[in-house]
Design a protein around this ligand. Structure first.
Ligand code: DAH
Length: 338
């Protein structure tokens, strides 16, 4: 027989110290678990002498009901408290103002977009070609002979598949377009190119925009007008433009295009190497051999082409003095273009 009053008091005392569900579970086992004090007492009721059995039995059963009620209340209390603690920890202050972190276009993307906007508004459409290119398109069909220094292992990234390489310029897109379209052709081709070069003004990967116009009666003056207009739109000032005779295997005649230095205004500075001029692109009349290589009759059609380096244009336009800044992904640099 147990003293139900004593058990009740000790249960209440122990329960008041319980803090966690784990402790509660242990206490529950001690009192009303299979082998708990109260459960065993219930089992023993039948051993109590008859005359006391009814009174004792009802006392033990009420104690059990009371204990169950206390445990249930305690469990609810603990769960409620734990929920509150969790909510307090997870609380978010929705009234704190946001610091907006909006991304920016990369200066190279901005520059390509500007070049595209200007030239498409002049009637050119945009073409694309692969960065892994056929050696034949990158060199042979562009009239670049086998012994030309541009093919040298020092400039070109060859890949271990015969006849393929990483294109060294966007000019092979000219070939692709002429092989797949009939004149009149007016296209530009922006994209990545690769050369084994690495210094403050050269990166092994950089971007070019190629231009190609093939039509009847195309002459040097069309090219000159197109390029001058483009450069003045691009630099947003009426810069002086000059065409210097030059040589490219795929054009004849060929020229290099200089603009009056946009940094010093032509007075002479470090960027223009004190010449007052900056070289910005190569150009020329498409070589008749290149037209023929693409099954276009040079007696009927003529063309002009040009190619420029995007990093160079971006450096001049934004006033950036090291090409590496474009590829380091330093957020302090990139955020300036938001
Ligand atoms: N492909 C030449 C280079 O990467 C640039 C160039 C020069 C492109 C003259 C042309 C051109 O289309 O006519 O240096």
């Amino acid at each position: 027989m147990i003293d139900t009053e004593e058990i009740r008091l000790s249960l209440e005392k122990e329960l008041s110290k319980v803090e966690s569900l784990q402790e509660l579970q242990e206490l529950k086992a001690k009192y009303i678990g299979k082998k708990g004090i109260i459960s065993l007492a219930i089992g023993d009721i039948k051993k109590v002498p008859l005359e006391k059995r009814r009174e004792y039995g009802s006392a033990v059963n009420s104690l059990k009901e009371y204990a169950e009620k206390l445990f249930k209340e305690k469990e609810e209390e603990i769960r409620k408290r734990e929920l509150q603690e969790r909510l307090l920890k997870e609380w978010v202050d929705l009234s704190i103002p946001l610091e907006p972190k909006i991304g920016a276009y990369h200066p190279i993307s901005l520059t390509i977009q500007r070049v595209k906007d200007i030239l498409t508004s002049m009637g050119f459409s945009v073409a694309e070609g692969p960065e892994i290119e056929l050696e034949a398109y990158n060199f042979d069909l562009l009239n670049i002979p086998k012994e030309h220094p541009a093919r040298d292992m020092q400039d070109t990234f060859y890949i271990n598949r015969e006849g393929y390489l990483l294109r060294t310029h966007t000019s092979p897109v000219q070939i692709r377009v002429m092989l797949s379209q009939k004149p009149p052709i007016y296209v530009i081709a922006p994209g990545r190119v690769y050369r084994r070069d690495d210094d403050p003004t050269h990166s092994p990967m950089f971007h070019q925009v190629e231009g190609l116009a093939v039509d009847k009666h195309i002459s040097f003056k069309h090219m000159k007008y197109t390029i001058e207009t483009f450069l003045r739109e691009f630099f947003e000032v009426h810069v002086p433009v000059r065409f210097r005779a030059s040589y490219f295997p795929f054009t004849e005649p060929s020229a290099e295009v200089d603009i009056g230095c946009v940094i010093c205004g032509g007075e002479g500075c470090r960027v223009c190497k004190h010449t007052g001029w900056l070289e910005v692109m190569g150009c020329g009349m498409v070589h008749p051999q290149v037209l023929e290589n693409c099954h276009i009759d040079p007696e009927v059609y003529q063309g002009f082409a040009f190619g420029m380096g995007v990093e160079r244009l971006a450096m001049l336009y934004f006033g950036i003095d090291n090409i590496k800044l474009f590829f380091e992904n330093d957020l302090r640099f990139l955020r300036q273009f938001v």
